[in-house]
Design a protein around this ligand. Structure first.
Ligand code: ZN
Length: 346
């Protein structure tokens, strides 16, 4: 119990990152992956209806420990809501954070706090209002009824509902949109972009990098006394791979490596657990040509996801529990076993 499990847990999800993307991240940064003694493992990720999974079913495995149907998030194959790690750790008194460079209603972030089909954006937004998260940085501000030109709420904007639910809401570039009236601050939601954040090699003026978002969150993370559970999604490796944009992929995997280096510096691995993993591979990317001096090219065989093993890399306290070959659905079970809490999975 006390003292045996990790004090804080950070999960860095690289959406769409297969083993070749990980290798490419070494080529582009010139930095090997082996520092800080990681436990390196191999994950399967198939959904119940398809060997080629999607972010919804994969994230439901990662956060709730159930295999489900593609397109389902936070629900089992029967469409019934399943507990997420956020629900379980909130009950244990943990602080919860979620950062993504995609939209708040995208499948990966949404599977942590919502129970819906991936296309049910309004239902996911309903769950956002009652989410247990203490900190949430994402894109997708326009979905809450913000005029993209003036950046002011439209008359039917749901921003006011979000504020009334107890969130301090920050808009683009972390500018204040509004705070709850009473002293019942539930947490902070920051919408750092309209839609998805731009690819890291095409950032708009003032648009933060993924690392800047993480660094901002760490201002809170480092001062919070409770045990902390932080999920960071490097979500745009997937998008860049869908369109086979090699330059953008190099920029996105570099951004992932920047965040990984940062986390390995800021976390105390004698107390904290860091898990880096992917939900699925996208694009069937390969390196058909390369020289040791750093000259290499990428080839693509798909515009979609592929059925393939995914990397699971654990660092720090409790990392040994993550060794082996297993399905992503084992991740929350392993976390709960380390913390000696029960995960309800039927
Ligand atoms: Zn995708």
């Amino acid at each position: 119990m006390e003292g045996s499990g990790p004090e804080n847990i950070v999960i860095l999800i690289c959406d769409g990152m297969g083993f070749n993307h990980l290798y490419i991240s070494e080529l582009v940064t010139g930095e090997a992956m082996g520092s800080h003694s990681p436990v390196v493992s191999i994950g399967r990720n198939e959904a119940l209806d398809n060997l080629v999974t999607d972010s919804a079913a994969a994230a439901t495995a990662i956060f709730s420990g159930v295999k489900t149907i593609t397109g389902y998030l936070g629900v089992n194959a029967l469409g019934e809501e399943v507990n997420t790690l956020a629900d379980i750790l909130k009950e244990q008194g943990w602080w919860l954070g979620l950062i993504t460079n995609t939209r708040y209603y995208d499948a990966t972030p949404a599977a942590l706090y919502a129970h819906a089909q991936r296309r049910e954006t309004e239902v996911i937004t309903d769950f956002l209002m009652e989410s247990p998260l203490d900190l949430f940085y994402a894109g997708g501000l326009e979905q809450l009824g913000i005029n993209p030109f003036t950046q002011k709420p439209t008359p039917r904007s749901r921003i006011h509902e979000l504020i009334a639910s107890g969130y301090r809401v920050l808009g683009l570039n972390f500018k204040e949109i509004g705070s709850p009236e009473f002293e019942e601050l539930k947490g902070t939601v920051a919408f750092v972009t309209m839609g998805d954040k731009s690819f890291e090699n095409e950032l708009l003026p003032g648009e933060p990098t993924l690392l800047e978002m993480v660094d901002r969150a760490f201002e809170v993370f480092m001062t919070e006394e409770r045990s902390k559970f932080l999920v960071i999604e490097a979500g745009r490796i997937d998008d860049a791979s869908h369109v086979n944009d090699s330059e953008a992929v190099l920029a996105e995997v570099s951004a992932f490596r920047d965040v990984l280096s940062y986390l390995l510096t800021r976390l105390s691995l004698d107390r904290d657990l860091l898990i880096v993993l992917s939900d699925h591979e996208t694009g069937a990317v390969a390196v058909p040509y390369g020289k040791p001096d750093g000259d290499f090219s990428l080839s693509w065989s798909s515009n979609g996801h592929t059925a393939a093993y995914v990397p699971i890399i654990a660092y720090g306290k409790g990392s040994q529990a993550f060794s082996g070959f297993y399905h992503l659905e084992e991740i929350p079970r392993k976390i709960c076993a380390l913390l000696d809490v029960i995960i309800c999975v039927e």
